[in-house]
Design a protein around this ligand. Structure first.
Ligand SMILES: NC(=O)CC[C@H](N)C(=O)O
Length: 375
């Protein structure tokens, strides 16, 4: 850890002093916070955080180091633009740890700051909304200028940056540290996944419920996907503004009603847009592993993992889709269903990684939909 003075500057000029670690250089991106007490490795490697400088609200980070099993990107690489913590643990004390967090971020070129007043930063983001920022060992004037030059998250298609170049087959289920989907049985259904920045535990959960999984790049057409003879189609999570991913919206429009379809997070937003709905940017988003969601069909409350900055406009779906889940903090859209078309989606992350397993049942629901369609 270099230990040299460095700054975080927000586009509105607010400046925080910290200490540099990770890789040298300057990083820019949208500054967001996540409230997970655990799971920093999953946050770092979740492709949906591409283009964002992430601050952890938990005060001490790094205690369990980095291991080879908890990556959420299929490549194993981190995707955050930068990383902010209050207190960086210099010791990685866990039997699974292969390296320290500092060495890992330095190796992957991720700029990070410690010593940031993350509580004040979080309150600033919560009160004023998320905004762009810049971090590094440079003068505040330079960093403010860089933050103002960074592109706005609204209108950005970042799925292109993280989608794979070629299709691939995924066959690995949850490992020794995974939690199995309740009621899972060997369905042997073929699922084609549109990978817009998919989290690995989604793929593992699909394998856990007995699916054969083929993964395709974001720009694969509806016709090409149907040529693969899927029993069901999955639309993944991913970074950026959902409304900017027009090619994936067109593809999903061409697939809805032809095969059972399940979407998570960006996939939820894209399904809503394909049905003629609207998405908008939330003031500061939902990120963490303790987000309460209500299932409107059962009245049951699920504690969920979330990571999103955009939301589906509930009013724009009236008459087009049924709302199945809402967020208990702000009443925003968390799930939709198109019963006649056998398509459904959730804004939150049932695969957890990291987080609670209250919603794993949705993978089994997808299998049931495929079994109803092709017994
Ligand atoms: N995790 C995700 O898929 C995020 C979706 C979208 N990029 C958002 O921020 O709302």
């Amino acid at each position: 850890m270099s230990g040299e003075r460095a700054y975080l500057c927000l586009a509105d000029g607010t400046t925080f002093e910290g200490v540099a670690w990770g890789a040298p250089g300057i990083a820019t991106g949208e500054v967001v916070f996540t409230t997970g007490m655990t799971g920093y490795q999953e946050v770092l490697t979740d492709p949906s955080y591409c283009g964002q400088i992430v601050t952890m609200t938990a005060p001490q980070i790094g205690n369990t180091g980095i291991n080879r099993e908890d990556d959420e990107s299929t490549t194993g690489a981190p995707h955050v633009a930068g990383f902010l913590v209050r207190d960086l643990s210099p010791v990685a004390a866990n039997f699974r740890a292969n390296e320290t967090l500092d060495a890992y971020l330095a190796r992957h070129g991720i700029v990070a700051l410690a010593g940031i007043d993350t509580r004040l930063l979080t309150r600033t983001i919560r009160d004023r909304g998320s905004q762009n920022g810049a971090i590094g060992k440079a003068s505040p004037d330079e960093l403010i200028r860089r933050a103002r030059e960074a592109p706005s998250m609204e209108g950005l298609d970042l799925a292109q940056r993280v989608t794979p170049k070629e299709p691939y087959v995924w066959a690995e289920g949850s490992g020794a540290f995974g939690t199995k989907v309740p009621g899972a049985h060997g369905a042997n259904k073929h699922v084609v996944c549109m990978d817009l920045g998919i989290k690995r535990n989604i793929l593992r959960s699909l394998v856990d419920v007995g699916c054969r999984v083929t993964v395709v790049p974001a720009k694969t057409s509806a016709a090409e996907i149907l040529d693969l003879a899927p029993d069901g189609i999955f639309v993944s999570n991913g970074p950026g503004d959902p409304a900017a991913v027009s090619y994936a919206i067109d593809t999903v429009r061409g697939l809805v009603g032809k095969k059972p379809l399940f979407g998570i997070c960006l996939g939820h937003q894209i399904l809503a847009l394909a049905m003629g709905g609207r998405t908008y940017k939330l003031k500061f988003g939902h990120r963490g592993i303790n987000q309460p969601v209500k299932d409107l069909d059962t009245g049951r409350i699920e504690i969920t993992t979330q990571n999103h900055g955009f939301a589906v406009d509930l009013a724009s779906l009236e008459g087009k889709a049924r709302t199945t889940h809402v967020h208990l903090n702000d009443g925003t859209s968390e799930g939709l269903d198109l019963p006649g078309l056998s398509a459904f989606s959730v804004q939150y992350h049932p695969e957890a990684a990291a987080g609670p397993h209250d919603a794993l049942y949705l993978f089994q629901r997808f299998v049931s939909r495929m079994e109803e369609a092709t017994p």
